[in-house]
Design a protein around this ligand. Structure first.
Ligand code: ZN
Length: 136
């Protein structure tokens, strides 16, 4: 395994427009990007804190993963993302260790990252995202 740092924390919100002012006006951060990820049926907003980010997620479709999450659990932390080197190698290793993977091969996420999810059943309740930046 080759884990680097906490890349971001994903937070499900009902509305970016309503949630962004908390992070900007109360905490003094700046939203540096809003991006729609069509395949995931979400609109995302990003804030940088040191080496890590906060990723707010608003559903664009009630049947999408974030829409369903909010309906079941309400707003709140949705996933934890850890930056790794050689994401495919890490996934292969986890698979060999019988860790339950949602994605056995990486796909494209927000910010052009290669991402893959590990099932909360294997992590004691946390939806874990592994991600790798292959753009720079
Ligand atoms: Zn994420």
């Amino acid at each position: 395994m080759n884990l680097s740092h906490i890349e971001h924390v994903g937070i499900a919100v009902k509305s970016l427009e309503e949630a962004i002012p908390f992070w900007e006006e109360k905490l003094g951060l700046k939203c540096y990007k809003i991006e729609e990820v069509k395949e995931q049926k979400v609109k995302t907003a990003f804030f940088q804190i040191g080496q890590s980010k906060i990723e707010l997620l608003e559903s664009t479709d009630p049947d999408g993963p974030i829409g369903k999450f909010i309906e079941k659990k309400g707003e709140g932390i949705h996933h934890l993302a850890i930056a790794v080197k050689d994401i495919q190698q890490n996934l292969t290793e986890l698979d060999e260790k019988d860790v339950l993977l949602i994605d056995k091969t990486p796909r494209k996420g927000a910010e052009g990252l290669d991402i893959a999810f590990v099932h909360p059943k294997s992590t004691h309740g946390v939806l874990l995202e592994l991600c790798e930046n292959n753009n720079r």
